[in-house]
Design a binder for this molecule. Sequence first.
Ligand code: PLP
Length: 392
Amino acid sequence: MPDRVSADTLAVWGGEHESLVQGATQVPIVYSAAYGYPDVETWLDVALGRRPGHIYSRNTNPTVHAFEEKVRVLEGAEAATSFASGMAAVSNTLFTLLSPGDRIVSVKDTYGGTNKIFVEFLPRFHVRVELCDTTDHAQIEAAIAQGCRVVYLESPTNPTLKIMDIARLAAAGHAAGAIVVADNTFATPINQNPLKLGADLVIHSATKFLGGHGDALGGVVCGGPQLVRQIYHYREITGAMLDPMAAYLLIRGMKTLHLRVRRQNENALKIARWLQEHSAVAAVFYPGLETHTHHDVARRQMRGFGGVLSFMLRGGFETVKRVLPRLRFAHRAANLGAVETIAGTPATTSHVECTAEERDAMGIPEGLVRYSAGIEDADDLIADLAQALSVA
Ligand SMILES: *Cc1c(COP(=O)(O)O)cnc(C)c1O
């Protein structure tokens, strides 16, 4: 499709064309482990990539391919490959790019599972991991300048909504000869395109906003053809491919991505502003607030500030335990980015894999509430929060 087609149109039409068969207006769910050919020559041509087609669904699958294409065009990437979950995308990418003796620079409060890869698994393979303070860009630049194979960014971060200057840190990474990876799960391609800001690879947990309905897990990596090809190869051999049914649900969810995300941007900003004025609330973290430390960077690199915010209650974790059960319009669950509002604590959601000490070292307070605004009416959500906070 031509470049000038807007994201709104790409969310609806992008990536589907070549997968529609026999006049179907929707991408079919292809459940076939393997693909048959009438003669060995054609089969061999497909196997060698000389002719389009599929061989075996651990490698490629038509439904999965349509999903990859939809994300690819929305991120403005040349190539994309998908995974069984966001963590499969993160881990497969890191294990493709890193070898023993390599060094990776990232930050302390990436997604909890990503942090586990950094502190538990990569060191076993003799990869040196340097985790910097997320907001200290000078420290991150200094760590990058010492030399590294990968710079791993995430912005906004989960769950404290810190902002990393992607263009600035990508430039530092490239000056050091590193590959720059950015987790764009919280922003979505509607609000932010890390590849346009200089990143080499962009990762999504499709489980969150891309799918948007809390009913399918998936992950995806987009970027240049060479890097994506290597990551695809690691995944086709190690086997963390996306299931065709999940791919179908994610495609269906993505058709409304632009509508959902814009509504969630609006709801989250309105709720963040309201919480800021509430006497029971000690602090609100949302990049759309003028009071956010890196609001200027967020304004520069994002078109909207996303559907997730977090806040701290006076009275800490004990108050959180009394307030959360009172919410009528929020699932208390370990997910985000769905059409329903979801609220939780880091200890039960993003950083459930970590100990209290590890969360503390990452700068994640126990008394924090992560709030993923859904597409409900903002005033209903605010009224719900008001009655819940009345016991705080
Ligand atoms: C949820 C999440 C992941 C992991 O995705 P899964 O689909 O749960 O494996 C990675 N990064 C971020 C920012 C996330 O929120």
